[in-house]
Write a protein that binds this ligand. Structure first.
Ligand code: MN
Length: 499
C-alpha cells in the first residue's frame, strides 16, 4: 500500500551567535552535509529537509508552527551543533504538536587530536548543547525519541528510519476513520471500548452505519464488474472445489467479489479506512464478508471482526507504519484460536473464521468455500494459506474502564508440523516470547484480548513509542519478561495511568 501524502521530516539545527559568523557558516554547512548524506543513504523511508539554523526564540517558534501546519511534515529532527540556550526553545516547543526526534550526534567522528583547539571545541559541542536542549524537553514533559551516535553509522540511520515509521503512525492516527456496519458481538467484553476517549487519545473517528446501507452498495455493483473481479481471483488464486459443483462454487465466489467492490466503493465514498463486521448482523448480505475483507486488508484497510473497532484501527495504523517497506512480510488481524501444548513444541494457532490478511501468507493462496458453522448465511468463500516464519509482534489495545493499555507481545512465528487439510481457514502459528507459559501468563495478567493486530514488519519499540506519543500505557512481553517484574510493570501502570 501507498501513503496518501508525500511525508517529509524537517531537520533543525540548534545554535547561537556567540561564536561569530564563520562558526554559523560551518554549522549550516555541516547540517547540509548530514542531511544530504542521510537522504543519499537509501536507509531512510522519507526525505529529510534542511531548515535554517535555529538561533532565536522568534525563529524557533515560527519554524515549529510552520511544521504544525505543513500537512506533509511528519516530524522534526533536532540537533544542537553548538550550545543553544534552551529557554529560546520554550515557546516553540510548547506550541509544537508533531513527533520529535533528538539526534544526539556531532559532525566529526573522532577527536582531531593534533589540531583541536578552543575554537574547535566551541564549534563542536553537542555533548553539552544537546544536554541543555534535552533538559528543557524533559522539564516540559514532551515525548520524544533520542537517537545517539555518529550520523554516518548504519545503526543510527536505521534508528532514524524506524522512528520515521513510528512518526507516520502518530500523525496518521488522527486521520483514521472506522466504519462500523454492526455493533459489537453481544456479551463480549474485550471488543468494547470508549469511543469518545479513543477519539481524544488517538484521534479516531468511529461511526456506525446500518448494515443494509452497505448491503445496498454491494447490490448496486454490476454483474460485469463482479465477473471481472471473479476472473482476477481465478487467475491469481488456486481454486479448491473439494467436491463442490464448479458453477455453484463460482457463484459463491462472485458474492464475495461483489462485496469487495461494494464495500470498497462505500468506504471510499465516505472516507473510511477501516471497517468492522459481525457474522450475526449481516442484513441483506448473502455471506459473511470473507475473501472480500481479506482483499480489502491486503489493500491497506483496517479490519476488526465482531465489531472490534479497536483492532480495526490498530491494523490500519500498523499497515500505515509499514507502508512502502521493502521486503515487508505483512500485517493482519489475528485471533488466538487453539494451542499446541506438546512439550517443546508449544504454540498458538492463529486464525479467524475467515478474515486473515493475505500479506502474511507464504506459499500458495487458495479459495475455498465451506460452511461457517455460525450464523445463518451461505457458505462464504475465503482465502486459505499458511503464514511466514520469523519474529513478529502481536498487539492488543484494551479499554480498562479508566484508560487504554497497549499490550505488545514479541512472538516467534513457525510452520505447523503437519498440514491441516480439514481446516478451511488461513492460519499462522507462533510461540510467544519469552516462552509459551510465561508469555501466555503475562498476556492474561495484562488483560490482553483474543483479537490482535499483528505485524512482522513493526517492532515492539515502535509500538511502545507510538503508545507513549498517544499518552497511553504500554507493556511489553518479550524475552526480558519475567512474571515477578511484569506484575510490577502493571502496578506501575496503575500508579501512573490509573485514575
Ligand atoms: Mn473473533
Amino acid at each position: 500500500m501507498k501513503l496518501q501524502r508525500n511525508y517529509k521530516f524537517w531537520f533543525c539545527t540548534g545554535s547561537q551567535d556567540l561564536y561569530g559568523d564563520e562558526c554559523l557558516r560551518n554549522v549550516a554547512e555541516h547540517s547540509r552535509i548530514i542531511v544530504d548524506e542521510l537522504n543519499k543513504s537509501g536507509i531512510l523511508p522519507f526525505e529529510v529537509v534542511l531548515k535554517p539554523t535555529l538561533i532565536t526564540n522568534e525563529l524557533i517558534r515560527k519554524t515549529f508552527n510552520e511544521a504544525n501546519i505543513d500537512e506533509d511534515c511528519a516530524g522534526v529532527i533536532v540537533w544542537c551543533h553548538t550550545f543553544s540556550p534552551a529557554k529560546s526553545w520554550i515557546l516553540g516547543l510548547q506550541e509544537y504538536r508533531k513527533p520529535l526526534l533528538h539526534l544526539h550526534t556531532q559532525f566529526n567522528e573522532e577527536i582531531p587530536y593534533d589540531s583541536i583547539d578552543m575554537d574547535f571545541m566551541n564549534e563542536n559541542q553537542s555533548a553539552h548543547g544537546d544536554r541543555e536542549w534535552g533538559h528543557m524537553v524533559t522539564r516540559m514533559g514532551i515525548e520524544r525519541k533520542v537517537v545517539v551516535g555518529h550520523w554516518t553509522s548504519q545503526a543510527v540511520r536505521e534508528k532514524i528510519a524506524s522512528w520515521m515509521r513510528t512518526a507516520i503512525g502518530i500523525v496518521e492516527s488522527s486521520h483514521v476513520r472506522v466504519m462500523r456496519v454492526a455493533d459489537n458481538m453481544r456479551n463480549v467484553a474485550v471488543t468494547e471500548g470508549d469511543k469518545v476517549e479513543a477519539q481524544l487519545k488517538f484521534g479516531w473517528e468511529v461511526d456506525a452505519y446500518p448494515v443494509n446501507e452497505i448491503a445496498e452498495a454491494v447490490g448496486a455493483v454490476s454483474e460485469s464488474d463482479t465477473n471481472a473481479l471473479v476472473d482476477e481471483y481465478y487467475d491469481k488464486y488456486e481454486i479448491l472445489l473439494e467436491g463442490r459443483d464448479a458453477d455453484e462454487f463460482k457463484r459463491h465466489v462472485a458474492v464475495q467479489a461483489q462485496i469487495e467492490i461494494g464495500f470498497e466503493r462505500f468506504l471510499e465514498e465516505k472516507n473510511y479506512q477501516a471497517i468492522v463486521t459481525h457474522f450475526g448482523d449481516l442484513g441483506a448480505l448473502k455471506q459473511l464478508p470473507g475473501l472480500a475483507i481479506q482483499r480489502l486488508m491486503e489493500k491497506g484497510y483496517g479490519f476488526g471482526a465482531e465489531g472490534d473497532w479497536k483492532v480495526a484501527a490498530m491494523v490500519r495504523i500498523m499497515k500505515l507504519m509499514s507502508a512502502g517497506m521493502k521486503d515487508a512480510k505483512g500485517t493482519s488481524m489475528l485471533e488466538d484460536y487453539t494451542y499446541n501444548l506438546v512439550p517443546g513444541k508449544e504454540g498458538i494457532l492463529q486464525a479467524h473464521m475467515l478474515e486473515i490478511c493475505p500479506t502474511i501468507a507464504e506459499g500458495p493462496i487458495s479459495i475455498k468455500c465451506q460452511p461457517l458453522s455460525m450464523g445463518d448465511r451461505e457458505d462464504p468463500a475465503r482465502l486459505v494459506f499458511t503464514s511466514k516464519e520469523g519474529p513478529g509482534i502481536a498487539t492488543s489495545l484494551i479499554d480498562l474502564g479508566d484508560r487504554f493499555r497497549l499490550i505488545i507481545n514479541s512472538v516467534d512465528c513457525k510452520k505447523v508440523e503437519k498440514p491441516m487439510p480439514k481446516l478451511p481457514v488461513a492460519t499462522a502459528f507462533w510461540t510467544p516470547q519469552p516462552d509459551f507459559a510465561t508469555g501466555c501468563e503475562a498476556w492474561i495478567l495484562a488483560g490482553g484480548a483474543h483479537h490482535t493486530a499483528f505485524s512482522y514488519d513493526i517492532t515492539a519499540e515502535q509500538m511502545g513509542d507510538w503508545a507513549a506519543a498517544m499518552g497511553i500505557e504500554a507493556v511489553y512481553i518479550d524475552n526480558n519478561t519475567n512474571i515477578r517484574d511484569f506484575k510490577k510493570d502493571l502496578m506501575l501502570g496503575n500508579v501512573v495511568f490509573g485514575k
